[in-house]
Design a protein around this ligand. Structure first.
Ligand SMILES: [Zn+2]
Length: 308
């Protein structure tokens, strides 16, 4: 263990020495997810450099941190993450390994966005991890309600002003532009989704809960038994019967899940499996927080049946 730690430290120092540009005077920001990176770019503009650790095609619950992540974390002035245990499997180790006191819990360079979010699906009572639930403190996929984009942007703004008060004016103006654009886009998205209000769907993982609540879709069940727990044969049989009975013909799942289980159910029910991006970069055209929703909603509205 000691040898491992020594090697990591050496590696960090080596990379930092070789790669740290001396000319950059702005803030170095690291985000876990690409949605947070996209919004941070909008608010920080040219005053910050933003790097996202997780790609939109990856499952943020389970990633393998690379040595380069430790280097990025070591140089960061600010770490922004979604929280609610989305990144619990890998982020604490990364923070510890980075030897950067600024980004530790309780320090100025540590921002857990979830503390400002109204959570869905908070588990009541004692959390029993033997049940395999990977959303023990509520659903962490709040980035998929665009209304939460306002809260994310505001939280990032507050932190950037705290770290860099001299540039408050520029951050304020960036925040205002972002909020105006988001407000306009949300009303467009609401209009597009309106004919499908009340439509029943099945999802693979509970990635879509916030999105469904915002746009009035009903998630009747999930292909997983519980968040993070693959389906049993019994559950798949139950799901098949349920979908036939309720006449549900659409299963949606994020790009980073294996489609096998959903396809099995689709084969038996005649339903369609629609794979969607759940984060910026999940599809090539979902390049930022706005085009992410454009992409999701364009694909959904082409596949949902309008409610009568
Ligand atoms: Zn999840």
């Amino acid at each position: 263990m000691k040898i491992y730690k020594f090697n990591i430290t050496l590696l960090v120092l080596l990379f930092v020495f070789v790669y740290t540009p001396l000319s950059w005077a702005g803030l170095n920001v690291i985000t876990t997810t690409s949605d947070l990176a996209s919004i941070a770019k909008e608010v920080g503009g040219s005053l910050i450099k933003v790097n996202s650790l997780v790609k939109g095609i990856q499952d943020a619950h389970f990633i393998q941190p690379k040595p380069s992540y430790i280097v990025k974390m070591n140089r960061a002035d600010l770490l922004i993450y979604q929280g609610l245990e989305l990144e619990v499997g890998w982020l604490p180790v990364l923070i510890e390994g980075s030897r950067n006191p600024e980004v530790r819990l309780g320090q100025r360079g540590h921002l857990d966005i979830s503390t400002n979010i109204s959570r869905l699906e908070v588990v009541q009572g004692t959390v029993d991890r033997s049940m395999g639930d990977i959303h023990p403190f509520g659903n962490p996929h709040y980035n998929l309600d665009p209304e939460n984009g306002f809260i994310i942007a505001q939280s990032i703004f507050n932190k950037l002003v705290e770290l860099d008060p001299e540039n408050k004016g520029e951050y304020e103006s960036n925040l205002s532009v972002f909020k105006q654009k988001l407000k306009k886009k949300i009303s467009q998205w609401e209009k597009k989704m309106e004919p499908f209000r009340g439509a029943k769907i099945i999802t693979y993982h509970r990635v879509w809960s916030y999105f469904a609540k915002k746009f009035g879709l009903t998630i009747v069940n999930t292909v997983e038994v519980k968040p993070g727990v693959p389906p049993t044969t019994k559950h798949l049989a139950h799901l098949t019967a349920l979908m036939k009975h309720e006449k549900i013909d659409l299963i949606i799942q994020a790009v980073f899940y294996e489609p096998d289980f959903a396809n099995m159910v689709a084969d038996k029910t005649g339903a369609k499996v629609l794979t969607l991006p759940a984060f910026v970069g999940g599809y090539p055209e979902a390049q930022d927080y706005f085009s992410l929703f454009d992409t999701i909603i364009d694909n959904l509205t082409s596949n949902l049946q309008p409610s009568s």
